[in-house]
Design a binder for this molecule. Structure first.
Ligand SMILES: CC(C)(COP(=O)(O)OP(=O)(O)OC[C@H]1O[C@@H](n2cnc3c(N)ncnc32)[C@H](O)[C@@H]1OP(=O)(O)O)[C@@H](O)C(=O)NCCC(=O)NCCS
Length: 177
């Protein structure tokens, strides 16, 4: 598996991730396709400027054109100051193989080594079994339920946070994660 920065050519992958009703079940429903070119352009600009880490997941480096999903760390302002957040998406044909967990771990290892993000928070919907499983098994701490606005919709979420320097669980070689 490899992670690479999003580029302006990733509109198709964004449409498959964010405009699909099944992919967006736990994220408030599909987003309009017409919003994707601008969203990708802004994300590619922020990734290139190193303002946010917006990575496409490439399952097989020998086939760099095949995108399985994305994993992102970004910072945004809250009433309590800036907050670093991680999010992930993996497309249906690639789900259930541990790819989201491996990609999230890889980006959190980069965050641990870089140091700039501090504690990293995640807000999966309370019913999102796979995402809550990823948080639990990577070493995130549960901090309670919270309403969160995502793409203009309010979601009931579980708030998790991790201090990558101290909390990130080691890879378990027997489970190839
Ligand atoms: C959530 C999502 C990223 C998971 O991707 P994935 O690559 O299939 O996940 P993984 O294979 O890495 O599995 C992650 C963990 O969740 C567990 N899991 C998978 N499905 C589960 C479910 N329905 N209930 C409970 N646990 C589940 C897996 O067993 C694994 O845990 P383990 O390693 O301790 O066994 C993917 O389903 C997705 O993109 N969904 C739509 C978008 C979305 O909801 N994004 C997340 C927003 S917070």
């Amino acid at each position: 598996m490899q992670l690479r920065n999003v580029t302006p050519d990733d509109v198709d992958a964004y449409v498959r991730m964010r405009c699909d009703p099944v992919m967006m079940t736990e994220l408030g429903g599909p987003l309009p396709r017409e919003r994707m070119p601008d969203k990708v352009r802004r994300d590619a600009r922020d990734a290139a400027a190193d303002i946010a880490w917006i990575k496409m997941i490439i399952p097989d480096p020998a086939a760099p054109g095949v995108v399985a999903g994305s994993v992102t760390i970004w910072s945004h302002d809250t009433d309590d100051g800036p907050l670093s957040e991680i999010g992930w998406m993996v497309l249906p044909p690639f789900q259930g193989r541990g790819l989201a967990k491996r990609a999230a771990r890889a980006l959190l290892e980069q965050a641990r080594d870089d140091g700039r993000w501090g504690d990293v928070h995640a807000f999966p919907a309370t019913g999102n079994g796979a995402s809550n499983g990823i948080c639990r098994s990577l070493g995130f701490r549960f901090a309670g339920e919270q309403d969160v606005t995502f793409a203009d919709r309010v979601l009931r979420t579980n708030h998790w946070l991790i201090t990558p320097h101290t909390d990130l669980n080691p890879t378990n070689p027997t489970t190839q994660d």
